[in-house]
Design a protein around this ligand. Structure first.
Ligand code: AP5
Ligand code: MG
Ligand code: ZN
Length: 217
């Protein structure tokens, strides 16, 4: 199964992906995580992406599409992919459909996690991310068991530079103008499922598992 997780910055894409990829038996492919790993490795791609990410702007389509296509054509993605943060423009969505068709695959479902704007800002200001596996935590709603350490891998937690309120507001603006059109794109294809993301993490996760037909974590 190939699924797209859609949602504004802070909607809970990474949180839900960490909870459901195992049950889905697919690979989690998050464009933002790929850019941050590239930056950690100080590659040209990572350094280029940083110039956009720091401003809350989108990395150009061509660069982003090439990076994701390279990732999904690897063998481990043959059983399916859970896309997170990609596609987020109409041309990315079209390029993904074309690439998948060429691989004799298709996007089966798109889950749109809806959360009001003020809640998004609150979530991002309290977010901590694992430096190693990029699993997100929140200082109030989902703190790690040991302060400053990832439950999953023991990695050190840090706050993303683009989670400053000013950059968050810019990312939200970009989401509305660039990414909202793809909600309609998937709706027209009859693949869109809306989920109310403004509830507890486990409640949201149970609903997503239900609509995707997998046992909840
Ligand atoms: P990316 O890394 O994709 O960031 P984003 O889309 O802005 O989304 P976030 O990761 O901020 O939010 P999330 O939905 O994953 O929320 P999370 O689960 O962490 O992209 C970053 C940048 O990279 C972009 O700005 C752009 O520059 C570039 N980029 C990436 N992809 C690109 C593309 N395709 N094209 C071009 N450029 C691209 O949760 C947030 C917080 O809330 C956490 O603290 C979590 O613990 C908490 N939380 C989650 N769920 C709940 C809940 N139900 N209740 C309470 N708290 C919750
Ligand atoms: Mg994320
Ligand atoms: Zn970790």
């Amino acid at each position: 199964m190939n699924v797209v997780l859609l949602g504004a910055p802070g909607a809970g894409k990474g949180t839900q992906a960490a909870l459901i990829t195992g049950a889905l038996g697919v690979v989690h492919v998050a464009s933002g995580d790929l850019f941050r790993s590239a930056l950690k490795g100080k590659t040209e791609l990572g350094l280029l992406a940083k110039t956009y990410m720091d401003k809350g702007e989108l990395v150009p389509d061509e660069v982003t599409i090439n990076m994701v296509v390279e990732r999904i054509t690897r063998d481990d993605c043959a059983n399916g992919v859970l896309f997170d943060g990609f596609p987020r423009t109409l041309s990315q969505a079209q390029a993904l459909d074309e690439k998948m068709a060429g691989l004799d695959r298709a996007i089966d479902k798109t889950v749109y996690i809806e959360v009001p704007e003020e809640e998004l800002v609150k979530r991002l200001s309290g977010r901590w991310i694992c430096r190693e596996c990029q699993v997100p935590y929140h200082e109030i709603s989902s703190p790690p068991k040991v302060a400053g350490k990832c439950d999953a891998c023991g990695g050190e937690l840090y706050q993303r530079a683009d989670d400053k309120e000013e950059t968050v507001r810019e990312r939200l603006k970009v989401f509305l103008s660039e990414t909202m059109p793809i909600v309609e794109y998937y709706e027209r294809q009859g693949k869109l499922i809306r989920v109310d993301g403004n509830r507890q993490i486990d409640v949201v996760s149970a609903e997503i598992s239900g609509v995707l037909g997998v046992a909840s974590a």
